[in-house]
Design a binder for this molecule. Structure first.
Ligand SMILES: [Zn+2]
Length: 373
């Protein structure tokens, strides 16, 4: 948020011209002003911001360098359909699913701070074609009988592949400024189980899918943002369209270079051509929610368009702990039992009994919990 940004190069404005609080705020964050190219309303923005959306008429202006002010025409959004209450309902529904979550989570979780965020993304619609050449290491066997021998040799290989993208580029510099935004990048871990001090922290996480953020978008409408009560956190972009396109290009080239590497033992030549069809600005409306359970705090990002939980932390319930514990200990017990059944190591029966017994004991302690653990 604006309040969290620190800037040490504080400008000094003349004393007595403004109320002290206002003066402090403006000088500390290098607030600047332009007029909306459509309605003429004054638009204030922070230094470094380049994509400025008018909160009166919804027109987006891009500052693409000195005196280069462009109106962004291909300007879309996902319609905010959920208010904060509906987002809470969507979050509780999500809490019901998955065996790693405690059974009482939906009922016992207490939802606290719920903050709207409307964040800008550039969507780079493009097609990439890669031509590659390389060498494959092969082995062959020649001769027969005593003359048989195996030799290695290199075989030239080549290929071509293409892929279509609607590549999302977050239009702000720092993905850590708002919780969870860095987790929305395709392939990043977005669902984080909290196992506490339990030692077998296996399973329960999920990675972000490669979403097409253009799907289901409508023309940007400031009225719809206002209707859902999200306009106060409509966040301006900092990255221009040109930079977003360059960023997407280089990441697509990297991705294809990696894919080519997996197709041959060595790659001698790899050439990727990226054709950009269009670049659109899409605003993604999100609810950043906090909830508490068992004295701990957790966070979640709920898509205000559709209600998907896009990133979240959650506590792990006792059932998942019992299953992880029992699987490990019963496998060890089975290995000892197998050894013992060979007859050579009779002591292994005892070890099998210890590990098998531990699994049973842990299940009983955790389920009935007579010691109140
Ligand atoms: Zn305007």
């Amino acid at each position: 948020m604006r309040e969290e940004q620190q800037d040490l190069n504080t400008d000094q404005t003349g004393p007595g011209e403004q109320a002290p609080a206002e003066r402090e705020r403006k000088s500390a964050f290098h607030e600047k002003e332009i007029s909306c190219s459509n309605c003429g309303a004054p638009l204030s923005y922070l230094e470094g911001e380049a994509i400025i959306t008018c909160s009166y008429c919804g027109t987006t202006t891009m500052l693409a360098g000195l005196d280069n002010i462009i109106t962004v025409d291909s300007h879309y959004m996902l319609t905010p359909e959920l208010n904060s209450g509906a987002a809470g309902t969507a979050l509780r529904k999500w809490m019901q699913k998955g065996f790693h979550k405690p059974k009482d989570l939906p009922a016992a979780a207490s939802i606290g701070d719920t903050k709207p965020l409307v964040l800008p993304y550039w969507i780079v619609t493009s097609r990439a074609t890669t031509n590659w050449h390389g060498q494959d290491k092969k082995t062959r066997t020649t001769g027969t009988g005593d003359n048989r021998k195996t030799e290695t040799y290199w075989e030239p290989v080549s290929g071509r592949f293409d892929e279509e993208f609607t590549w999302p580029v977050y239009a702000r510099e720092k993905t850590t400024e708002f919780w969870g935004i860095d987790m929305l990048e395709p392939g990043k871990t977005s669902i984080h189980p909290d196992w506490g001090r339990f030692f077998l922290k296996l399973g329960g996480s999920a990675t972000a899918p490669n979403r097409n953020l253009l799907e289901g978008t409508v023309g940007f409408s400031i009225e719809k943002i206002r209707d859902s009560g999200m306009e106060k956190n409509l966040v301006n972009g900092q990255i221009t369209q040109e930079r977003a396109e360059a960023n997407a290009r280089s990441r697509i080239v990297n991705r294809h270079a990696k894919q080519a590497e997996s197709r041959a033992t060595t790659i001698t030549d790899c050439d990727t051509a990226v054709e950009v069809e269009k670049v659109d600005l899409v605003y993604l409306p999100l609810w950043l929610m906090e909830y508490s359970y068992g004295g701990k705090q957790f966070k979640a990002l709920v898509n205000a368009s559709g209600g998907e939980v896009m990133a979240a932390e959650y506590p792990v319930g006792k059932l998942a702990r019992i299953v992880n514990f029992d699987i490990l200990f019963l496998i060890i017990a089975a290995i000892f039992a197998f050894m013992a059944s060979g007859g050579q190591t009779p002591w292994a029966w005892a070890a099998a009994a210890v590990f098998g017994g531990s699994a049973v004991l842990y299940t009983v302690l955790r389920t009935i919990n007579p010691l109140r653990l």
